[in-house]
Design a protein around this ligand. Structure first.
Ligand code: N01
Length: 540
């Protein structure tokens, strides 16, 4: 069994190549090895952690509760790792990823500081040859691409961006060494989840923080807190059942929407449910009533409630008008999870620049120039998002036997079967990609399910003496149309979100994740398996 990949002149062989050492990649290495495959992993970062390795900006925290946003595959790991807070911070999640890597001895499979740049499939011996940035190559029969859904940050195309003479930082590539804001005039461009999480922390010590906002976002407080021992004991006692509920849920955590028709609930109780939902914190506020993201009237209940909450913390009414979204139904862009975001704008050292009224014209040596004037800065931070879901895989020049690249195959939008395989690209599995619940569900449980299902397909192929599996084009068409149709019944397609590819110039507008729910997706996958992997073609 190949365990420790060694740099060498020629390509080295393995059964399974895993791209990425985030939670999906680590699990893929673990699970493939457990099945007896020889496994090689490559990872662009210096160490494991993926998203949580790169996004180490101050205030970074998960918006899924720690006890749910963690692996379920090993009961002892689940028992031994003690989460300290309801929503874990980036350092704690990174420490967890490192613990998992140590505990299951996963690092030895990996080459770190290494990136896949291209891959070609040789049909004669049914293997991928993957080119690495170092110049080395890996040959693998199966490739599990687990490089993340939000892993290609966008550097905005603002004139003069490289002229800025002060410190320039990206939340998605935050340095490991401490960054001081003390006494500095800091500018922040971007008010998505990343910008919203770091704003309050920067404001605490910066001389001045200028937040450049193009689109306001809904954000719900995290109501974060320590997990006391008695609560931890209760969680431990019912962890198995909690996991079962997560796998049977819409979003991969043990929370479900009230089953009643909303208009059958009287107003006082609706208000109480909204208050409870608000106190649940973060994204869970999108899951209070049936129809909340499909019916504008139901959505307005949550929207009006959120607006009242935001207005209540802001002293200046015109600031509230600027900070409250008016362009999308609440929850149709990912609701942010904050710790004191709106309150921060009550501080004297914080200024909001509404770019819809006063757009950026250029970045200069000394700061950001908007139509109304110059904002002099010592530090400029970009929290400007990602080429989500398709950006990372399409940047690798992966070419199937027909010679077409993934980027070319997806030029009019991603096409997949179950989100896992792309027609024309045999033996390649994409984890939490478009066509899967991906970012709409708990990413760790999603990754476990994907990897298990993909490796099940590999085992099925092997049992029958096959060396190749591919998604049939018509089956992928049907799945993609199904993914599209479900999204079309919701309000999500009306928001200019990264789910829709709307944040990237020229990207095809299509709702990328499967929005039918985590449990429904698992049922679909299981049905396909029971039907003898219907829609997949085996070959040798
Ligand atoms: O990125 P975003 P993010 N000039 O795309 C603005 C997850 N996440 O990193 O909306 C000015 O949401 C852009 O403006 P607009 C989570 O799933 C989770 O914050 O295009 N502004 C927007 O405000 C999240 O949804 C957590 O008008 C420009 C911002 O940059 C996803 O990652 C924490 C601009 C980008 O927001 C992405 O979040 C962090 C320009 N040229 C992230 N270009 C948790 O809490 C872009 N913008 C777990």
């Amino acid at each position: 069994m190949t365990e420790t990949p060694k740099p060498q002149d020629g390509p080295f062989d393995c059964d399974v190549l895993v791209v990425g050492a985030g939670f999906a990649g680590l699990y893929a290495v673990y699970a493939a090895r457990r099945l007896g495959h020889s496994v090689v992993g490559i990872e662009a970062g210096e160490d494991v952690g993926g998203t949580w390795y790169w996004n180490r900006y101050p205030g970074a925290r998960c918006d899924v509760e720690s006890v749910d946003y963690s692996y379920s595959f090993d009961a002892e790991l689940q028992r031994d790792w003690r989460w300290t807070e309801r929503y874990a911070t980036q350092p704690e999640i990174l420490a967890y990823a490192r613990h998992v890597a140590d505990r299951f001895r996963l690092r030895r499979h990996y080459r770190f500081n290494e990136r896949a740049t291209a891959a070609t499939f040789d049909e004669t011996d049914a293997a991928w040859t993957v080119e690495l940035a170092s110049g080395d190559r890996v040959r693998a029969r199966w490739v599990i691409f687990a490089a993340g859904s939000l892993s290609t940050p966008i550097k905005p195309d603002i004139p003069g961006i490289d002229d800025f003479a002060g410190e320039m930082l990206f939340t998605a590539r935050w340095p490991e060494e401490p960054v001081s804001f003390e006494g500095k005039r800091v500018g922040l461009i971007g008010t998505g989840a990343s910008g919203i999480q770091c704003t309050p922390i920067i404001a605490q010590s910066a001389a001045k923080l200028t937040v450049f906002q193009r689109s306001p976002n809904y954000s719900v407080p995290a109501f974060n807190r320590k997990i006391p021992d008695d609560e931890w004991a209760e969680i431990q006692a019912s962890y198995h059942e909690r996991r079962q509920r997560s796998f049977a849920s819409g979003g991969g955590s043990p929370h479900e929407i009230d089953p009643r028709e909303v208009w059958d609930i009287d107003e006082a109780e609706r208000e109480a449910l909204l208050e409870d939902g608000w106190k649940m914190g973060g994204v869970l506020f999108a899951k209070i009533f049936q129809g909340q993201t499909t019916d504008k009237n139901v959505n307005s209940l949550a929207r009006d409630f959120a607006e009242k909450k935001i207005r209540a913390v802001l002293r200046d009414k015109s600031l509230a008008d600027d900070l409250i979204p008016t362009d999308h139904a609440i929850g149709t862009k990912r609701i942010c999870t904050d710790s004191g975001y709106f309150e921060t704008f009550n501080r004297d050292n914080v200024e909001l620049v509404n770019l819809r009224r006063d757009p950026i014209t250029a970045i200069a040596e000394s700061g950001v120039r908007t139509e109304n004037g110059m904002h002099d800065l010592d530090m400029l931070i970009f929290a400007t998002g990602f080429d989500a879901m398709t950006g990372t895989i399409t940047r690798v020049d992966i070419r199937g036997p027909g010679g077409q690249s993934v980027a070319e195959a997806w030029s009019s939008g991603p096409k997949t079967l179950l989100g896992l395989m792309i027609p024309g690209f045999p033996n390649l599995f994409n984890i939490t990609g478009p066509g899967s619940p991906s970012v709409l569900a708990n990413m760790i449980l999603g990754a476990e399910q994907h990897v298990n299902w993909a490796l099940g397909l590999v085992s099925a192929a092997q049992q029958h003496g096959h060396t190749m599996v591919e998604a049939r084009s018509d089956a992928a068409d049907a799945w993609t149309a199904h993914v599209d149709a479900i999204a079309g019944n919701t309000l999500f397609t009306q928001a200019k979100s990264w789910y829709m590819g709307a944040n990237v110039e020229g990207k095809k507008r299509t709702f990328m994740p499967y929005i039918g729910g985590f449990a429904a997706y698992i049922r679909e996958c299981e049905q396909v398996r029971r039907d003898g992997y219907k829609g997949f073609v085996f070959g040798s």
